[in-house]
Design a protein around this ligand. Structure first.
Ligand SMILES: NC(=O)C1=CN([C@@H]2O[C@H](COP(=O)(O)OP(=O)(O)OC[C@H]3O[C@@H](n4cnc5c(N)ncnc54)[C@H](O)[C@@H]3O)[C@@H](O)[C@H]2O)C=CC1
Ligand SMILES: O=C(O)[C@H]1O[C@H](OP(=O)(O)OP(=O)(O)OC[C@H]2O[C@@H](n3ccc(=O)[nH]c3=O)[C@H](O)[C@@H]2O)[C@H](O)[C@@H](O)[C@@H]1O
Length: 480
């Protein structure tokens, strides 16, 4: 029986290994992690991450051919294929701070693999890493290996949170990069055989190692670039009376452009887009390509601009101050169908409002109060380290409260910010909400989820990203 071990039981390692176990009953899969609470949760009824469809997959396989364990060394030693899906955060200090990927966790995993191995292994880069990381990993493994042979493969993950199970069942592509040597080809084939249990052959692409590593960074940069492009247009739409939804729909009808990933928003969030683009920028700079670095930096600049613009719009329309006003924030996760808050635009928007002394009441169906308080007190990039290494958050932000539902959050509020596109926000009883709010009552829709015309009829002043502005908003222009 082939044995797979995955180091890192996070948003990628957990779902990916669960699907491999489900689709390959003949393979034994162990997911290991240094975080005891995470592994305990994976072995309980309350999984550590919320992902539609994940519970069923885990329930079907756990204890049969899917195991979650903190005994990292044992499972690595026994495995034929070791996936490494550990954190690769942005460096916070030293060379490349604020841009370069911090490979501390990857390096320590590689050293441990070399230490404990007693048989040849295929080591798979699942984490997103800088291009040519495999070369460094190879050096660590071979210098410490006592004659054991390792083949390194790059198999970057393309799943998106909220649709992870669907993405894993039917991936647009599975990319495997390996050394172009007989042993390298053999290793690529072994991994291809795993995916071939359920992925059609034409969707499994094989390349050299560097192409696979760079493709991952390129794909995320292209995706984020589309969002920044449409968000840049949203500002121009507001200035000119055009409607960003109409513009992006019509632009997307061009089959060369396509309709996906053109939703204007308060900004993209999530653990990867910003981190991976910063990493790409750093690699370009290190390779003497400042113009290319500058080009990609703009994607992040526009994303920051979009968040600032949103906050400024709120403050300026509410008579240029939100001091001591209650603002209800509906949605804190970085997108719907996940409880993940890493780099969520809600953090920057809330911090911006707090900077102007607002009182904030937050409701999100999947994010806990503890998480929200942590996010609002943590330093930039600290969130992306393993849980036990993250700073504790002894302080709480007093002006922030967390509500059980949207009605409680909006009671007596002066304004509402919609920051995540949860389906339940589309069917809220806005007449009831309006009655219980201070007047004039404002809605700032950062995701274009509400029917603005309907809300205006109720009496709200509505701001929707990239849409023609209410007279009220035109009279109170926001300075970006
Ligand atoms: N979250 C996502 O949707 C995607 C993430 N990625 C990439 O995958 C990688 C992992 O991301 P996530 O799963 O989101 O991170 P995560 O933070 O959810 O999980 C990483 C896990 O690795 C564990 N870990 C760290 N060092 C370890 C070690 N030495 N031994 C054992 N366990 C260790 C941590 O405790 C943590 O539970 C990152 O490189 C990320 O860029 C790629 C595609 C999608
Ligand atoms: O490397 C990664 O981590 C992953 O990053 C993204 O996945 P994810 O961040 O989970 O979610 P997305 O659906 O890409 O959304 C990212 C952010 O962009 C925003 N977004 C997305 C699409 C859009 O049209 N507009 C928009 O503002 C979302 O609301 C969210 O805040 C990619 O889609 C995955 O392919 C990739 O594997």
């Amino acid at each position: 029986m082939v044995k797979i071990c995955c180091i890192g039981a996070g948003y990628v390692g957990g779902p990916t290994m669960a699907v491999i176990a489900l689709k390959c009953p003949s393979i034994e899969v162990a997911v290991v992690d240094i975080s005891v609470p995470r592994i305990t949760a994976w072995n309980s009824d309350q999984l550590p991450i919320y992902e539609p469809g994940l519970d069923e997959v885990v329930k079907q396989c756990r204890g049969k051919n899917l195991f979650f364990s903190t005994d990292v060394e044992k499972h690595v030693r026994e495995a034929d294929i070791v996936f490494v899906s550990v954190n690769t955060p942005t460096k916070t200090r030293g060379l490349g701070a604020g841009k370069a990927a911090d490979l501390t966790y990857w390096e320590s995993a590689a050293r441990m693999i070399a230490d404990v191995s007693v048989s040849d292994k295929i080591v798979v880069e699942k984490s997103t890493v800088p291009v040519r990381t495999a070369e460094a990993i190879e050096k660590i493994l071979t210098h410490n290996s006592k004659g054991i042979k390792f083949q390194i493969l790059s198999n970057p993950e393309f799943l998106a949170e909220g649709t992870a199970i669907e993405d894993l069942y039917q991936p647009d592509r599975v990319l495997i990069g390996g050394r172009e040597t007989p042993d390298g080809f053999k290793a690529v084939k072994a991994l291809k055989d795993v995916y071939a249990h359920w992925v059609p052959e034409e969707r499994i692409l094989t390349t050299n190692l560097w192409s696979a590593e760079l493709t991952k960074l390129a794909a995320n940069a292209f995706l984020a670039q589309r969002i920044s492009s449409v968000n840049a247009m949203s500002a121009l739409c507001e200035a000119t009376g055009a409607n960003v939804s109409e513009v992006s729909y019509a632009v997307g009808k061009d089959s060369r452009i396509g309709p996906k990933f053109l939703n204007s928003s308060v900004g993209f969030g999530g653990s990867c887009f910003q981190k991976d683009i910063l990493n790409l920028v750093y690699i370009c700079e290190c390779n003497g390509l400042p113009e290319v670095a500058e080009y990609w930096k703009q994607v992040i600049k526009i994303n920051d601009y979009q968040k600032t613009r949103f906050v400024n719009r709120i403050v300026s329309s509410m008579f240029n101050t939100v001091s001591n006003k209650k603002i209800a924030v509906l949605g804190f996760a970085f997108k719907k169908d996940t409880g993940d808050t890493r780099e969520t635009p809600a953090i920057d928007v809330c911090k911006g409002l707090l900077g102007d002394k607002a009182r904030i009441s937050i409701y999100d169906p999947q994010v806990t109060e503890e998480q929200i308080q942590r996010d609002l007190t943590m330093n930039k990039f600290d969130w992306d380290h393993p849980l036990h290494l993250q700073p504790m958050s002894p302080t709480t932000v007093k002006q922030v409260s967390v509500a059980w539902d949207a009605y409680a959050a909006t009671k007596d509020a002066h304004g509402i910010c919609l920051l995540t596109e949860w389906d339940e926000f589309k069917t809220l009883d806005f007449e009831r909400i309006f009655e219980n709010m201070q007047k004039p009552a404002f809605v700032f829709d950062g995701r274009n989820v509400v029917d603005a015309e309907k809300l205006r009829k109720i009496g709200f002043i509505v701001y929707s990203i990239g849409k023609p502005l209410d007279q009220w908003l035109k009279d109170m222009p926001a300075l970006a």
